[in-house]
Write a protein that binds this ligand. Structure first.
Ligand SMILES: Nc1ncnc2c1ncn2[C@@H]1O[C@H](COP(=O)(O)OP(=O)(O)O)[C@@H](O)[C@H]1O
Ligand SMILES: [Mg+2]
Length: 263
């Protein structure tokens, strides 16, 4: 892929059955950056990410990946885009009938004409990167929530994408596993020089790992800046969002046994 920002959205609007969700989203994510989109539930964060891999097409506006406009591309051209930009879905979205190995090998078998030995080597590398060496033979049902998310990440990096999109990567995890996923995102960014775009409403994760942060509200990016600048921003929408999320985090039930710490 060529020059330009890793991902850019220009004036993107999107409505579902006449209900507007995105009302002119402008954002530009630099290469190698860790960029987080914050926003309330239902604000359109997942819809934004889906536009970045062409799973949704804008009603108006443009989406560019590495300087190339993807808005009008055919399905087959989008398959090529998706080898450069991969998405780790909110639910981890593993294939329940496949082992961990089968899940991570899946994109390799779809997109690479590799020998079985090459596939095995790459799967082992990806599982090592997420701290899951030796779990090849397990079925998704045998995994804790944190492990499932990590297998999702391993599958997401299998094709060595330039950009990884993470949809709510830590939602539903206990604090220890949340930190672990945060460290994983950061270390992949540093070791593989990938661009990471994260959507979350979890502030601790956001400010721990992001270079820049944007707030999505009422279908637009209403504020965007460095992690530190956003954390201390006087922007009323930012203050309101941060205060609301802090209150939610404090009243939430203790993590307790929501998840067994998996290895
Ligand atoms: N494929 C779709 N069809 C209809 N409505 C959708 C679709 N995808 C998302 N929406 C609606 O768009 C809004 C934003 O959704 P989403 O991006 O998933 O929010 P979030 O910020 O929580 O990720 C929601 O009201 C949702 O119901
Ligand atoms: Mg979502």
């Amino acid at each position: 892929m060529s020059d330009g920002a890793a991902v850019e959205m220009r004036g993107v609007t999107k409505a579902f059955r006449d209900v507007p969700v995105l009302c002119g989203v402008d954002l530009s994510v630099e290469r190698g950056e860790t960029f987080t989109i914050l926003g309330g539930s239902g604000s359109g964060k997942s819809v934004c990410l889906k536009h970045m891999i062409g799973l949704l097409r804008p009603d108006r506006g443009q989406v560019l990946v590495a300087g190339r406009e993807i808005t009008g591309l055919s399905e087959s051209a989008l398959i090529d885009v998706r080898t450069h930009v991969s998405m780790v879905f909110q639910s981890a979205a593993l294939f329940d009938s496949l082992t961990v190995f089968g899940n991570v090998a899946y994109p390799l078998r779809e997109h690479r004409r590799w020998s079985e030995a090459q596939v095995e080597e790459r799967v082992a590398e990806c599982l090592a990167a997420v701290g899951l060496v030796g779990s090849e033979g397990l079925m998704p049902a045998e995994l804790s929530g944190g492990m499932r998310k990590r297998v999702g990440v391993a599958r997401g990096i299998a094709l060595e994408p330039a950009t990884i999109l993470y949809d709510e990567p830590t939602t539903g995890l206990d604090p220890a596993n949340q930190r672990r996923i945060g460290e994983l995102i950061r270390s992949l960014q540093q070791r593989l020089r990938v661009t990471s775009i994260i959507v979350t409403h979890e502030l601790e994760l956001c400010f721990a790992i992001s270079d820049r942060v944007a707030l999505l509200k009422d279908g637009r990016i209403v504020a965007c800046g460095s992690s530190g600048a956003m954390q201390h921003s006087e922007h009323p929408d930012v203050r309101e969002f941060l205060a609301g999320e802090h209150a939610t985090a404090e009243t939430a039930a203790p993590a307790g046994a929501r998840e067994i710490h998996g290895t």
